[in-house]
Design a binder for this molecule. Structure first.
Ligand code: PEP
Ligand code: MN
Length: 341
């Protein structure tokens, strides 16, 4: 349930509500909205007596939250969550602008990542993506440059001001990734690594949570809930395509209807990844346009200087000029839906 405070309620009144919530054996989380403050009560509240909360000073009403994902639900927060990406270019996800995060699947060398950073920035990206820790299906495949790769990403930020988005695969990697990156990516394969999610809830860096390739929308939002419940309110939901019976013309199937549906159910911003969502570079520009048209709050894209020789995911990577052309065409789509790129 949530306790909706009256507009203009005082801090003393909010503190009293928090005290009552704790006395009930529940955990509180305060959400300060533009018009009023809400105190969310976390835990099993089914048998709890709500009367004392209803009578406390400054309380407008006590409302049950029907969704299983309490903190992620739009029932708890009406205004949309905006998340600053970091870096020095001012990218915000969840506002009118649709920021684009771009870069190679994997960081391959310092020269490569710094050059690509300059190139994607010139085309309009505000964040640089690139994996240093790579989740690979085969243990014999390139696993990423690990901490060395993180250092190269930091050098690319230094050179360009782009925010850095990179994957964290395990709890042990969190301190290093938090040190170097601006946005912590949770890969599709880790969407239900609940220990990892809970630990990321204790950090204060934005998390880009990718949807598991066989996760339902409810499971996706409950995964976000693990991070939110830990106290980290900066979660972006990223649709990156799911497994279906189709595996020939696409690597994954990109279900764009999830964008408006997530917006209906949650206040969290929604990012679309048409690179993994299709697996084919020739499909990426059209799916970028479709994603922006249906309300995506940001895009994350794989861009490589030489896709044919990329160490990972070359088939779905745009080259720099294809990326620049795509960015250009997105301006008109964004304008048509009252957004900007
Ligand atoms: C990636 O972003 O390169 C990646 C591995 O993504 P996903 O977890 O969506 O497969
Ligand atoms: Mn990839």
């Amino acid at each position: 349930m949530i306790v909706v405070m009256k507009p203009g309620s005082t801090q003393v009144q909010i503190d009293r509500v928090i005290e009552l919530v704790k006395e009930m054996g529940l955990r509180e989380q305060v959400i300060v909205g533009t018009e009023r403050t809400v105190v969310a009560c976390l835990g099993d509240d089914r048998a709890k007596d709500k009367g004392r909360l209803e009578q406390a000073g400054g309380v407008d009403r006590v409302v049950p939250i029907l969704a299983s994902y309490k903190m992620a639900s739009s029932e708890v927060k009406k205004d949309r969550t905006q998340i600053a990406l970091g870096g020095t270019l001012g990218g915000v996800v969840g506002g009118t602008r649709v920021p684009v995060m771009a870069g190679p699947c994997s960081v391959e060398s310092k020269g490569q990542i710094v050059d690509l950073a300059h190139a994607v920035k010139a085309a309009g990206a505000v964040a640089l993506r690139g994996g240093a820790f790579k989740p690979r299906t085969s243990p014999y495949a390139f696993q990423g440059l690990a901490e060395e790769g993180l250092k190269y990403l930091a050098a690319a930020r230094e050179a360009t001001g782009l925010a850095i988005v990179t994957e964290v695969m395990s709890i042990e990697q969190i301190p290093a990734v938090v040190d170097y990156a601006d946005v912590l990516q949770v890969g599709a394969r880790n969407m239900q690594n609940f220990n990892l999610l809970a630990k990321l809830g204790q950090t204060r860096k934005p998390v880009l949570l990718k949807r598991g390739m066989s996760a339902t929308l409810e499971e996706f939002l409950l995964a976000a809930e693990y991070i939110l419940a830990g106290g980290n309110s900066q979660v972006m939901l990223c649709e990156r395509g799911i497994r279906t019976f189709e595996s020939d013309y696409v690597r994954n199937t990109l279900p764009l209807a999830i964008v408006p549906e997530l917006h209906r159910r949650s206040h969290l911003p929604v990012v679309v990844d048409p690179s993994h969502g299709t697996g084919k570079s020739h499909l990426v520009p059209d799916m970028c346009r479709a994603a922006v048209a249906c309300g995506a709050d940001a895009l994350i894209l794989e861009v490589h200087d030489d896709p044919e020789h990329a160490l990972t995911d070359g088939a779905q990577s745009l080259n720099v000029s294809q990326f620049a052309e795509t960015m250009n065409s997105l301006k008109r789509i964004a304008a048509a839906v009252d957004r900007e790129i």
